[in-house]
Design a binder for this molecule. Structure first.
Ligand SMILES: *Cc1c(COP(=O)(O)O)cnc(C)c1O
Length: 375
């Protein structure tokens, strides 16, 4: 199919794999599970999971059952864990496709067992403990005992037990320690021993790489995609992440403006002097949100402010007379010799890299490349 529009989300698969390998080798005792939920944070899970698989990765996680099933043919014999809660009526799809599920509560397990009685095979589960995130999983010790009893069932393959840090990217370890203590207390309840015990996300993977603990798997998300979970984690200076994703485009139009001339919806911008305005084909329908107004993007080798409101499909920047139609535009990442961190782009808009990636609409083609020479 023709690809006419120059706006692209470029994804460097080598950088992604390097990041995974660096994070995975921070702690050799633990397996690095690649979190590819939400279409790999918007970057495209089919291609990414397949690339990781071809390079030896055998542990993955998604948010939903649908996401897991979509990946099964590219990651074949790997473990794929659904991190969210699935409808227990659908557990048969997990069993048939060798997908591991999260057990969020005793009720869920009881209901799932009813459905499991009607089918062949065992369900692989990871029991979720709520140690302080307050989202899914249980913290009630009585309930955990009952879950442990239900694990006797021959329909269950008790593969894992896990929890999730809610502030591992924060300034101090206080809340992590509170959660770790809760986790340890709950783990003692279990008479059955699972294959995997895990609590760390990207931030925890970096922060607790030297910790002596009984956990044997870490769940790596945002850091694999080239972003530090926060400045606190970057400051630890334990791992050098390579940028993975770049949002790029090209100038489609340039015009000269006279002082006093106005532009854009709501005419929120007026030229103070004679200047040039360039138009770039990206807008909020692509996930380049209106709150990016005022951010300075790279156009050729210049820094140009987004002026006026971001439209649905286009936006305008103020530039010098040197800017020409066809010049390269970079919002974040690396492109034609320019570099802008996604964190800078995210911070300007009062958000985080995770949200920036996930908001880039499917209209923007994902273009994969494997080494920097192809930039
Ligand atoms: C999304 C998610 C992760 C990955 O988090 P990052 O901060 O991106 O590393 C890990 N575990 C769970 C349960 C998640 O939902």
């Amino acid at each position: 199919m023709i690809n006419d529009r120059p706006t692209q989300l470029r994804v460097n698969l080598d950088a992604l794999l390097n990041n995974y390998n660096k994070l995975n080798s921070l702690n050799n005792e633990k397996i690095g599970l690649a979190v590819v939920k939400a279409d790999s944070y918007g970057l495209g899970s089919k291609v990414i999971a397949e690339h990781l698989y071809q390079n030896g990765v055998r542990h993955f996680a998604t948010a939903t059952l649908e996401e897991a099933l979509e990946l099964k043919d590219v990651i074949k014999d790997s473990m794929v864990l659904v991190l969210g809660v699935i409808n227990s009526q659908n557990v048969k799809y997990a069993v048939e496709n060798n997908v591991s599920l999260t057990c969020p509560s005793k009720e869920w397990l009881e209901e799932s067992l009813v459905h499991l009685q009607q089918i062949e095979g065992k369900l692989k589960i990871h029991v979720k403990l709520d140690t302080g995130m307050g989202r899914i999983g249980t913290s009630d010790l009585e309930e955990l005992k009952e879950i442990d009893n239900l694990l006797d069932s021959e329909k269950i393959d008790f593969e894992g037990i896990f929890s999730h840090y809610s502030n591992a990217d924060g300034e101090d370890d206080n809340y992590d320690n509170y959660q770790t203590e809760n986790f340890e207390r709950s783990l003692k309840i279990f008479t059955h021993k699972p294959k995997y015990i895990h609590i760390e996300n990207s931030a925890g993977t970096v922060k607790y790489s030297n910790r002596d603990d009984q956990y044997n798997l870490t769940r790596i998300g945002i850091a694999m995609y080239g972003c530090y979970p926060s400045g606190n984690i970057e400051k630890l200076d334990k791992v050098q992440l390579e940028p993975v994703a770049s949002l790029v485009s090209k100038v489609t139009h340039v015009k000269k403006f006279q002082a006093g001339q106005k532009l854009g919806y709501g005419v929120s911008y007026e030229a103070k002097q004679d200047e040039y305005i360039a138009t770039v084909p990206i807008g909020y329908a692509d996930g380049l949100l209106r709150r990016a107004q005022g951010f300075k993007i790279r156009v050729g080798s210049e820094e140009c402010e987004i002026v006026g409101r971001v439209c649905m499909d286009q936006l305008m920047v103020r530039c010098s007379k040197n800017v020409k139609v066809g010049d390269d535009v970079l919002f974040f990442g690396e492109y034609s010799g320019q570099k802008v961190s996604v964190d800078e782009f995210a911070e300007y808009q009062n958000t985080i890299s995770y949200e920036i990636f996930c908001c880039i609409n499917k209209r923007v083609p994902r273009v994969y490349y494997k080494n920097k020479m192809e930039l």
